[in-house]
Design a protein around this ligand. Structure first.
Ligand SMILES: NC(=O)c1ccc[n+]([C@@H]2O[C@H](COP(=O)([O-])OP(=O)(O)OC[C@H]3O[C@@H](n4cnc5c(N)ncnc54)[C@H](OP(=O)(O)O)[C@@H]3O)[C@@H](O)[C@H]2O)c1
Length: 289
């Protein structure tokens, strides 16, 4: 597998903190925690001996210890021996962790929550002045192209923010947003890959109907999305409109397609898709409180 390690590049730019002196504890070690842990190990952010984890299933604890070369422990030990605690349980499982955590010594601890829909105020209820950062990674983190939205709580200082950036830059890109924008960003980035898969599939099926085998058609489309995204991410000061007009020469193929896109109001319809997801995220966040 291709190795990704964007955090090293980020570190050389920001160079604010030396993360390799910190100890990291994962509370919950399921799908998302494993992606984060793999990235931390791959990028050598800290040594394996500085990583602890906890989960409930004894059989899986043993498997994970073997697979990752890290040690599992109790909540008490994890909290006392970790500087950065990553809360990676499901939202409904959080209270069972946060209640006992509230009884432990949390001085100089930093908490990163990846729980969808759990607002900063939820953690303050249990942990009061413990610095908290909300992180919302997406599935592309698994291939080093994740988009993680970071929302620091009021007690999260610059050093903690740099550490969180380093961790999530090891599996893609990060953007910092205030909490009021988290629901919209959830619709865009957390749900976003599903919409992109759906669009890619629709285009690939068109190729298939035109006689190109589906697998080839899928590759053509996925690479086209990736290439277009790379151009935008690399910036270069060219606007989206200018990029489009560079391809869409008068009476050409692109212009013919763009005309139909406009007639079908595809951009407006896509805005409605994202707005629906954002609205659902807001409802779920309110229910969670
Ligand atoms: N998956 C995504 O794409 C994604 C994206 C962004 C954010 N998130 C957020 O990430 C969080 C984790 O999602 P996931 O998909 O990784 O879930 P998951 O695979 O179900 O993992 C949950 C983990 O929490 C552990 N756990 C639950 N209760 C526990 C307790 N009382 N003590 C110790 N460990 C406990 C489970 O351990 P056992 O299995 O051993 O019981 C399991 O290892 C969720 O809050 C979700 O909102 C997920």
């Amino acid at each position: 597998m291709k190795t990704y390690c964007k955090a090293t590049r980020f570190f050389s730019i920001v160079n604010l903190v030396k993360i390799n002196t910190y100890r990291i504890g994962f509370i919950g070690f399921g799908h998302m925690a494993k992606i984060i842990c793999r990235a931390i190990i791959r990028c050598k952010l800290v040594a394996r001996s500085q990583i602890l984890f906890m989960r409930r299933d004894p059989r899986k604890i043993h498997e994970d210890e073997q697979a990752f070369g890290i040690t599992s422990t109790s909540l008490e030990t994890l909290v006392s021996k970790s500087d950065i605690i990553l809360l990676c349980v499901r939202p409904a499982q959080a209270e069972a962790i946060l209640k006992p955590m509230a009884q432990l010594e949390m001085k100089s601890k930093m908490l990163i929550s990846i729980l969808a829909g759990a607002r900063l105020s939820y953690f303050e209820k249990f942990l009061r002045s413990t610095p908290v950062i909300r992180a919302m990674p997406n599935v592309a983190s698994e291939v080093g192209e994740g988009m993680t939205i970071l929302t620091p709580g009021s007690d999260a200082g610059r050093e903690f923010q740099s550490l969180a950036n380093l961790i999530f830059n090891s599996m893609g890109n990060t953007i910092e947003l205030s909490e009021e924008h988290m629901d919209m960003a959830t619709g865009m980035a957390a749900s976003g890959p599903a919409y992109v898969f759906s669009l890619i599939d629709a285009i690939a099926r068109t190729g298939e109907r035109g006689g190109i085998p589906y697998e080839k058609s899928l590759k053509i489309t996925a690479q086209t999305f990736l290439g277009a995204a790379r151009i935008l991410l690399q910036g270069g000061g060219v606007s989206v409109e200018d990029l489009i007009s560079q391809i869409a020469v008068p009476n050409g193929t692109t212009e013919a397609g763009l005309k139909v896109m406009r007639e079908l109001e595809i951009p407006t319809r896509l805005q409605s898709v994202i707005a629906a997801a954002a609205q659902r995220s807001q409802v779920l966040s309110e229910e969670f409180l």
